[in-house]
Design a binder for this molecule. Structure first.
Ligand code: AMP
Ligand code: MG
Length: 347
């Protein structure tokens, strides 16, 4: 299959062509503010199956359904509690996915066999324009090969999926850079299943109590049943094994400098890069002081290790407040939770 590269900036027909492909049951890479999505008509099981095939995604890993208008939530969720309305009011359009019981109209393949469905109204104007033009909600997981770091540019999407998808729409680099926050409203207390562009603190400011799923902090065995099935799979991983060094940046930089050599890859904050000139590859992901910048750059840096000859990767990681929870979760997952903990009380 020849993958079309559609450029709305210079081609007035680009959005209509993407929408036409989606209506015809094809799959298309689309920009969103979080990461690029691999979209299909969420109501068409055959189209949704193509997403799983193209990505090599396990069938029990549910897809997020993207809408163009908050009112569409009522067409997809079986019930819309007050808490969902409050969240939508506060954070939509934006990087928040709300899990609710699903209506029949959502095929089982879209929800990974679950009776619930994740719903999101994206902020990226092109994403909303494409959903509107397609006239159907779009199921869209991250547009990467399963297991690899998510894609934050159209070029990344082509690297992973060229020849496997009908088209990709150019929308520039993603402004958030990590995937949406996933919160479930299906239990007695709201539960954070995946940290993302909306912080835990922001969720609590609207909902009060929010529980945090343990999959955020520890490796989940492949055979276990978890609330967010996606959390148990190897994710975001470069080819070389990653080890995360936890601690203050000064301390982790010292450790990495002392434990690295010419075949070591280092994932580090911009301000510490000069310490690792003896290493095989040094890829930075923003200033230690700028967590939103880290979120925008972390996947690109992780992906670039595969173009180097490094045989191991040692990584710095930000503290877990604000969007740092999402950035640190992605780095920890890229390592399969392989950690050296230098923090006080942990050595
Ligand atoms: P991706 O689109 O690749 O970021 O993956 C979407 C992730 O959202 C999945 O891997 C799940 O962790 C989560 N998710 C989507 N739908 C549901 C659902 N119905 N219940 C729980 N988690 C979900
Ligand atoms: Mg993904």
């Amino acid at each position: 299959m020849n993958t079309l590269y559609l450029q709305p900036e210079t081609d007035d027909t680009a959005i209509a062509r993407a929408a036409e492909l989606l209506r015809a049951g094809e799959i298309v890479g689309i920009p969103t503010e979080t990461v690029y999505g691999l979209a299909a008509n969420a109501l068409n099981p055959d189209a949704v199956c193509k997403i799983f095939t193209a990505k090599g995604r396990p069938q029990d890993n549910p897809l997020i359904v993207h809408i163009a208008d908050a009112a569409q939530i009522a067409d997809i969720a079986a019930e819309v509690p007050e808490s969902a309305r409050k969240l939508a009011q506060a954070f939509w359009p934006g990087p928040l996915t709300i899990i609710l019981p699903k209506q029949e109209i959502i095929p089982s393949v879209t929800s990974g066999g679950l009776s619930t469905v994740g719903i999101r109204l994206p902020a990226h104007p092109l994403a909303r324009a494409i959903i509107r033009a397609a006239g159907v909600p779009l199921a869209a997981p991250s547009a990467n090969l399963s297991g690899r770091p998510s894609t934050t540019t159209a070029q990344h999407v082509l690297e992973d999926l060229s020849g496997r998808i009908a088209a990709v729409v150019e929308g520039g680099a993603c402004s958030v850079g990590v995937e949406s926050t996933v919160v479930s409203l299906c239990g007695a207390v709201p539960r954070l299943l995946r940290p993302g562009g909306i912080s835990l603190e922001q969720l609590r400011s609207v909902l009060g109590e929010v529980e945090v799923d343990r999959a955020l902090y520890e490796k989940i065995d492949d055979t276990e049943t978890v609330s967010a099935p996606g959390m148990k799979y190897r994710h975001y991983a470069p080819e070389a094994p990653v080890t995360v060094i936890l601690g203050a940046p000064e301390q982790t930089a010292d450790y990495i400098a002392a434990h690295s050599g010419s075949t070591t890859g280092v994932l580090c904050f911009d301000d510490y890069a000069s310490r690792f000139s003896h290493c095989g590859a040094v890829l930075t992901f923003g200033s230690s002081q700028d967590v939103p910048e880290q979120a925008r750059e972390v996947f690109d840096a992780l992906r670039r290790f595969d173009k180097t000859a490094c045989t191991e990767i040692l990584a710095q990681c930000p503290p877990t407040d604000g969007i740092g929870l999402a950035v640190s979760n992605r780095i920890l997952k890229s390592s399969g939770f392989h950690i050296i903990d230098l923090r006080e009380g942990n050595t």
